[in-house]
Write a protein that binds this ligand. Structure first.
Ligand SMILES: C[S@@+](CC[C@H](N)C(=O)[O-])C[C@H]1O[C@@H](n2cnc3c(N)ncnc32)[C@H](O)[C@@H]1O
Length: 395
């Protein structure tokens, strides 16, 4: 795997980063899946296409932190010695992640715990509403960073009291006169950046999508034009979209093929000449397809057959998608799919009042083919059995 900027990589970031040279990127922002035991499943804007991604951890916080550790170590290795890394998290795991980051980067290289405050959402009955995320900022080597690292200060206007009294009192700060025109450097708590809502133009429907304004701030402060920005868990591609807009080079990695394809669309809308073929590491072989997350595999099949994925209620009834010609589709990510699957699909077809349908799997047993023949002659049902190999051949 080559190290290439302005590129989207599909794969586990630990494995992708392992192929990158030491000290190759200037700034890393990472927003990992939180320790929340939730599985996100989202219906996208058009109301049909199903996108989903997993955020589920078995085995508790220790497993989560062990899972993160390898990835953080790779991030540390590929970061330039004057570079910075931002780790975005929340109350679920921030205490544990801070200790992990201190261990990998060294306590001295901790620079800020940024509190990003926002509103909206639910109000608990007997707790204070949890309305902030934590973003840890580390540098790789504080001595080198202080000499040559990038930190482009951002200023905010002085408060009303200062504005009113400064002209008469000649106020000072840090031994110098206040620069009223420039303002005062922003603090480590950010309450001026709104979280995303579904009616905003940049909203893609991705459940943990971050606002561009947040990434704009981070990238502007900690990098200069042409610097290389890496997001190893890039999701909907907020980081790389903003990096591109700000004239930086970018690298986005995500384990989800669905997310990677979404990023391609987002970047194309910004005028970047990129297509799905340019994604490095998209699953293409039988083995890779077998190893995919089930919902990703389903998305893959739907895309290849130009089908639309079902909403949850019909999927639970045994129909995973619908072909353009109206045929129900069932997807099985397994070998030697047997007679019982065909039986159940027949029931699903009858329930949906359809006489034709298609099942996709890696292979089918002899019994499955026999049952298809039987149901055609006895019940008048036309069920097509299609293997993944056949789909790959048709490409
Ligand atoms: C919280 S989301 C990132 C959202 C993103 N900041 C945005 O604004 O859209 C976390 C992402 O990490 C990805 N992910 C999970 N495990 C991964 C891994 N091992 N390697 C790379 N990406 C991973 C998920 O697929 C998901 O898209």
């Amino acid at each position: 795997m080559v190290f290439k900027t302005n590129t989207i990589y599909c794969g586990d970031c630990k494995k992708v980063l392992a192929q990158f040279p030491d000290e190759s990127v200037d700034l890393i922002y990472v927003d990992p899946p939180f320790f929340s035991n939730k599985q996100y499943e989202v219906l996208w804007g058009d109301g049909y296409e199903k996108r989903a991604f997993e955020d589920r951890w078995k085995g508790g916080i220790e497993n989560y932190i062990a899972w993160m550790e390898d990835k953080i170590k790779e991030c540390h290795r590929v970061l330039k010695d004057i570079g910075s890394m931002y780790l975005h998290c929340d109350y679920h795991a921030n205490a544990h992640l801070r200790i992990l980051m201190d261990g990998v980067f060294g306590e001295n290289n901790f620079r800020n715990e940024i509190i990003w405050c926002y509103g909206g959402g639910g109000i608990p009955k007997k707790d204070f509403p949890r309305k902030h995320d934590t973003i840890f900022r580390y540098v790789k080597d504080v001595r080198k960073f202080k000499k040559n690292g990038v930190f482009n200060k951002i200023y905010r206007p002085y408060g009303e009291w200062t504005k009113k009294h400064e002209p008469r009192r000649n106020l000072t700060a840090g031994g110098g006169k206040l620069n009223m025109e420039r303002g005062i450097p922003i603090n480590d708590w950010w309450s001026d950046l709104k979280s995303l809502t579904s009616y905003q133009k940049e909203w893609l429907g991705y459940p943990t999508q971050k606002p561009e304004s947040l990434l704009e701030r981070i990238i502007n402060v900690s990098s200069n034009p042409t610097n290389i920005i890496l997001d190893p868990m890039c999701g909907g591609g907020t980081t790389i979209a903003v990096a591109h807009k700000l004239g930086r080079q970018w690298i986005g990695i995500d384990v989800s093929p669905t997310a990677c394809k979404l990023m391609v669309n987002r970047m194309r809308k910004l005028g970047v000449q990129i297509s799905e073929k340019d994604i490095i590491g998209l699953p293409k072989t039988l083995e890779e397809l077998k190893a995919m997350q089930p919902f990703e595999f389903q998305n893959w099949v739907c895309e290849k057959l130009l089908a639309r994925a079902s909403v949850r209620s019909t999927r639970d009834m045994g129909i995973d998608g619908w072909l353009i010609d109206g045929r129900p589709l069932q997807v099985k990510q397994s070998e030697k799919v047997g007679r019982n699957v065909i039986d159940n699909f027949e029931t699903a077809l009858r329930r949906a009042k359809k006489e034709r349908g298609i099942i996709v799997a890696f292979s089918f047993s002899k019994g499955a083919y026999e049952e298809v023949a039987r149901s055609k002659s006895h019940d008048g049902l036309a069920i097509e059995l299609k293997t993944v190999k056949e789909i790959l051949k048709e490409e």
